[in-house]
Design a protein around this ligand. Structure first.
Ligand SMILES: [Mn+2]
Length: 387
């Protein structure tokens, strides 16, 4: 079984206010061209097709057109909804489309019904919203709880079948060991996703499966031999500068480690994070290669220069963002703060904050701690849903 694995298109999303519509069109053209050339047994899209439940009309047209072109090639598609998609909207006409080889899986109740592809099977798990899916799957209402229950159902279905070809599972979520994009980003510290009740799923729950085609984390990466995030085909923020975006061509043989080839996707323009005084950014020859890139400039002048954006735009017409971080004693407070809280437990940070600001410096009592815990758990659930 050969699969073209992609995910996290986020059609309709831009890059810091710059439209990505043409870039998304180029990525989908590329996907269709690759599908025509390599003729995989299926193209799998592991969630977050759209950036939001009500996508803009041009994003819907782009999707509709790409799906039709791939189906016309005679290459089956398996598409799941991610946490950004509306399962009902994306799943519309799903039963009809399946007849044309377009399998759109958006409901928890269908997870144990595999899609036969090539010589193997694909079980397609959409993003499972914990409170909703917990009821359907009779599971604990956490990310790990519902995904674990889904995989148990798949294992039960597999037990009713004889040994056969390779088995792939599509899933949209957080698997332990996966790295979020902002991990490496300067300045912004992303809260870990395993706060409170929102736990990452252990890779072991995919045991016995030949390949897990994952979506949700935007950085292309594998976890062990058999689990892979294809990553998003385009960057959506400056934290992704320097990353190579790709789709994965994966060859599966039952019982063997999958062989994956990463095929880079066409990129609209470079991404550059520049730092220095306004004068140096305007004149330093070292920046000549990124004049056409999307630029984030961090100005280190002691005083914020006037009309910096206007001046920088003359050299970098696609500059999107300016930060001011003056050199000097108090200048790096924000950075120091980021350093100080890096890797610390959010609950501990919140408790420390409470003690710092409260008269007398008294620590949180048990009931307050419980409130903080509940709030963090809620917040991380919201955050998990927006990644
Ligand atoms: Mn997602």
């Amino acid at each position: 079984m050969r699969l073209l694995h992609t995910a996290d298109w986020h059609l309709g999303r831009g890059f810091h206010g710059a439209s990505l519509m043409d870039a998304h069109a180029a990525v989908l053209d590329h996907l269709v061209a690759v599908a025509a050339e390599v003729r995989p047994d299926a193209v799998v899209v592991s969630g977050d097709v759209f950036d939001r439940a009500y996508p803009p009309l041009d994003a819907v047209e782009l999707y509709d057109d790409a799906v039709a072109r791939i189906a016309e090639l005679g290459v089956p598609l398996v598409i799941t909804s991610g946490n950004h998609d509306s399962p009902i909207r994306l799943g519309m006409h799903g039963r009809v489309a399946a007849g044309a080889g377009v399998h759109v899986r958006t409901r928890a109740r269908d997870i144990a019904i595999p899609v036969p592809v090539g010589d193997g099977l694909i079980y397609a798990i959409p993003y499972l919203d914990p409170p909703l899916a917990a009821h359907e799957l009779d599971a604990e209402a956490t990310h790990a709880g519902v995904l674990g229950a889904a995989l148990a159902r798949i294992a039960a279905d597999r037990a009713t079948r004889g040994a056969g070809g390779p088995v792939a599972v599509m899933a949209h979520g957080v698997v332990a060991g996966g790295k979020a994009v902002a991990d490496a980003g300067a300045g912004r510290v992303e809260r870990p996703i395993d706060v409170g009740g929102v736990s990452a799923v252990a890779p072991a729950v995919f045991g016995g499966i030949d390949y897990a085609a994952l979506g949700h984390l935007h950085r292309p990466q594998s976890i062990g031999e058999r689990l892979r995030y294809s990553g998003a085909p385009l960057p959506f923020g400056f934290d992704e500068a320097g990353e190579v975006k790709s789709i994965a061509l994966v060859e599966l043989v039952a019982g063997e480690a999958p062989r994956a080839e990463l095929l880079p996707t066409p990129q609209p323009r470079g991404i550059a994070r520049l730092e220095g005084t306004l004068e140096s950014l305007l004149t330093d020859a070292a920046h000549a290669g990124v004049e056409e890139a999307w630029v984030e400039a961090t100005l280190t002048d002691r005083l914020r220069p006037k009309l910096a954006m206007e001046q920088l735009r003359r050299r970098f017409p696609h500059i999107l963002k300016i930060e001011h971080r003056p050199v000097g004693a108090d200048a790096s407070t924000a950075k120091q703060y980021a350093e100080r809280i890096r890797g610390r437990d959010p609950l501990e940070i919140a408790e420390q904050f409470l003690a710092d600001v409260r008269a007398g410096g008294t620590a949180a009592d048990e009931s307050e701690r419980e409130l903080l815990r509940a709030a963090l758990e809620h917040d991380s659930r919201v955050e998990a849903a927006s990644a």
